[in-house]
Design a protein around this ligand. Structure first.
Ligand SMILES: Cc1ncc(COP(=O)(O)O)c(C=O)c1O
Length: 369
């Protein structure tokens, strides 16, 4: 039986091969490969799709966080709070600005930042930590964090909110898109993401035109229109080829997210009470469908025997990676929920090109567990 892949970016190419090949040929023939009309076109089309007044693209989702933080004035001498249960890129980005991360625990039902822990840490920051100037909630797996409660805590303590939306293109809280709740929202277009390029890409969305202008300058050597560096910048540009490909894929993103939700509903039915929780009033876009099982290794082996791929996102909490262990600050409760759940999580096959037959096969395997 044909194996079912946990994720399959190649299927995204095959599904739109003619349009993608035409877009690539258009760029190659244009003679313009960096920051041209494909990038401008993609930025305005993605902004319209999100409902964001400003979108600035860049080289990847890690840089998107760095650029947003730096443009907001965060750096050396500041601390930035985020969760330990995230892609390590979130933590790496904070340190790339010179700021110190403090890693907090998640709410176990939604795998996202626990607003109560954020409130506690802002009210009584750990001694020796620089002042916490920003918080990065991560909309992990495509489920939004509790943005209303998080923004309320941040506002109370005068702390900036930058949302990590790398896994959550199109997710909403109370009908409002993630990425627009705080100062900025950052996106990754890594190939497996809900909107994926065939290489690297990233973007920052913001309501603030001045912040957008600073990010636009920082991503290209800090240049102004006369190519004078007004800020100490970097090179973090989205290239024309990826932008042209992203324009093709953006056209089906709404449909692709709907297909992910449909697959999630089928898995929910197969799992019954074991299905993952959804918070009311938050639209989950299912970058991943993650179950929690104390017998996770047995479940993964049973799925493998049935030809079904699965993955663990992520096998170690950020505060226990060798690069950070014992060095980065953690929240007052010590990230205990995070440490419990990483031993039990398993990501099932999830991408919009799974066939009905493949979904039915996964459901049968889940029912037989
Ligand atoms: C939550 C999260 N943040 C940040 C990133 C970094 O994005 P990129 O790999 O495009 O640098 C990723 C993707 O890997 C991610 O999943």
């Amino acid at each position: 039986m044909k194996p079912i892949l946990q994720s399959d970016p190649g299927a995204g190419y095959r599904a739109a091969q003619a349009q993608i090949d035409a877009a690539v040929a258009r760029v190659l023939g244009s003679g313009n490969y960096v920051l041209g009309q494909e990038v401008t076109g993609f930025e305005s089309e993605f902004a319209a799709w999100l409902g964001a007044p400003n979108v600035v693209s860049c080289a990847n989702g890690t840089d998107a966080l760095v650029l947003a933080l730096r443009a907001a004035g965060i750096g050396k001498g500041d601390a930035v709070a985020t969760v330990s249960h995230t892609a390590i890129a979130t933590v790496a980005a904070i340190e790339m600005t010179g700021a110190a991360p403090i890693l907090l625990d998640v709410d176990e039902a939604t795998f996202t930042l626990d607003p109560a822990e954020l409130g506690a840490v802002l009210a009584a920051p750990p001694p020796g930590l620089p002042p916490i100037r920003a918080v990065i909630p991560v909309h992990l797996y495509g489920q939004p964090a509790a943005m209303d409660a998080i923004c309320a805590q941040a506002a109370r303590h005068g702390v900036l909110v930058i949302e990590d939306c790398a896994q959550a293109h199109g997710a909403q809280v109370a009908g409002r898109p993630v990425g627009l709740w705080g100062a900025a929202g950052t996106f990754s277009f890594y190939p497996t993401k809900n909107l994926g390029a065939f290489g690297d890409g990233g973007a920052v969305a913001t309501n603030d035109p001045d912040l957008a202008a600073r990010i636009g300058a920082l991503r290209q050597y800090g240049w102004d229109r006369e190519r004078l560096a007004q800020l100490p910048g970097v090179n973090s540009r989205l290239d024309e080829l990826q932008a042209a490909i992203l324009r093709v894929k953006l056209a089906t993103l709404t449909r692709d997210n709907a297909r992910r939700a449909e697959i999630a509903r089928a898995y929910d039915r197969a799992l019954g009470a074991g299905a993952p929780a959804r918070a009311a009033d938050r639209t989950h876009v299912f970058h991943q469908y993650v179950i929690r099982r104390p017998d996770r290794d047995r479940v993964q082996a049973a799925l493998r025997d049935a030809g079904i791929g699965s993955a663990i996102h992520y096998p170690a909490p950020a505060h226990l990676h060798p690069a950070y262990r014992g060095r980065v600050a953690v929240g007052p409760a010590g990230c205990r929920a995070t440490e419990r759940l990483v031993a039990e999580i398993l990501s099932l096959p999830m991408h919009p090109h799974l066939s009905d037959e493949e979904v039915a096969r996964v459901c049968r395997a889940l029912e037989a567990l």
